[in-house]
Design a protein around this ligand. Structure first.
Ligand SMILES: [Zn+2]
Ligand SMILES: [Zn+2]
Length: 336
């Protein structure tokens, strides 16, 4: 099968790799949509990895035994590889599994881990069925497009009475706008890139503030009648972003970080009685119906959010576009 490999700084090519094989609970999925995420940073630096891509949706192509899916099923491929047996996996938190399951040992050397490839391999219980009325492309937004911020909003119980601040309008933050807007919340955002600020506004952000603006805290206080925001989500991974969300929060508010940036401020956390959530990804199967309903009801917004599609053979063009920031979510099609 074909898979993308990085061959140097801003250099890449399609390489021939062995196709994964179904074994035990591991099934093979033919990838029809591979949403692009942070891999652009590897492309920029020229870092080689066997794990290129972690988001995918497609069709089950091969199973080794009867199980939770059958050949032809349309599925979203969940991130990570839980053991399926520890207390974290059994409680729906497979993403935090510490049992060290190695997909390499299970499916052969490096085969099937990447999603910038025609096929991938996954345990059958980590495949989410896609309802008939949802396209594969929209379903693939259940990965990082909508997933991490969906989980953040679920944890904070974001509703129509909330003012939500989203830090960063990259592909994760823009998905956060959709999740918040769909819940009826008032949304304000921090973003400096003009294209992304405009895309955020078109998705329903009331006010986009430049994070470089020295008056940003005052602007937020003015927008909230001096209270601060009810709930916020950090998606930028910028060093000072999470600390700023603590400053911008109202007393007894909530802050979630999906980004992996710098410190929060304990003094203000305690003084305001804030609740903080560390959120990696959406991985709760009990929330699958709510996720699919989110996708159904945000179709028009998703069609704005997904700004570009590329055949996998043109992955270089896709990465070059991502480096300009002039895009929302970008999808690779490994069938072309
Ligand atoms: Zn586990
Ligand atoms: Zn991702």
């Amino acid at each position: 099968m074909k898979a993308v490999v990085i061959t140097g700084a801003q250099q890449c090519e399609l390489a021939d790799k062995p196709q994964p094989i179904a074994k035990d609970e591991w099934v093979v999925v033919e990838i029809e949509a591979a949403p692009m995420c942070t891999e652009v940073q590897l492309y920029r630096k020229g870092e080689h990895t066997d794990w290129l891509g972690h988001e995918a949706a497609g069709r089950v192509a091969e199973v080794a035994r009867p199980g939770k899916v059958k050949v032809g099923d349309r599925v979203v491929v969940m991130p990570h590889f839980g053991c399926g047996r520890c207390e974290l996996c059994l409680s729906g938190e497979h993403i935090h599994c510490r049992q060290g399951l190695s997909p390499r040992g299970s499916v052969g050397p490096t085969v099937g881990i990447a999603t910038y490839a025609q096929f991938c391999s996954k345990q059958d219980w980590l495949l989410v069925p896609v309802p008939e009325d949802i396209s594969i492309e929209h379903a693939s937004m259940a990965c990082c497009g909508l997933g991490p911020t969906f989980n953040a909003m679920q944890r904070m119980n974001v509703t129509a009475t909330d003012t939500v601040l989203i830090s960063g309008l990259g592909a994760v933050g823009l998905g956060g706008v959709i999740n918040a807007v769909l819940r009826g919340a008032r949304v304000i955002a921090l973003e400096g890139h003009p294209y992304r600020a405009e895309l955020g506004r078109s998705l329903g952000v009331e006010r986009v503030i430049d994070p470089a603006d020295p008056d940003k805290l005052k602007i937020i206080q003015d927008l909230t009648g001096g209270r601060g925001v009810d709930k916020s989500v950090e998606t930028s991974s910028a060093e000072t972003a999470a600390g700023f969300l603590v400053q911008a929060a109202r007393p007894m508010g909530q802050v979630a970080s999906v980004g992996w940036g710098g410190p929060m401020l304990a003094r203000e956390l305690v003084g305001k009685g804030l609740t903080v959530h560390g959120v990696w990804h959406w991985n709760h199967f009990r929330d699958t119906p709510a996720m699919m309903q989110t996708i159904r009801r945000s179709r028009a917004l998703l069609d704005k959010f997904i700004t570009h599609r590329f055949p996998m053979s043109q992955v270089r063009d896709a990465w070059e576009l991502q480096m300009t920031g002039q895009c929302g979510k970008v999808i690779l099609d490994p069938r072309q």
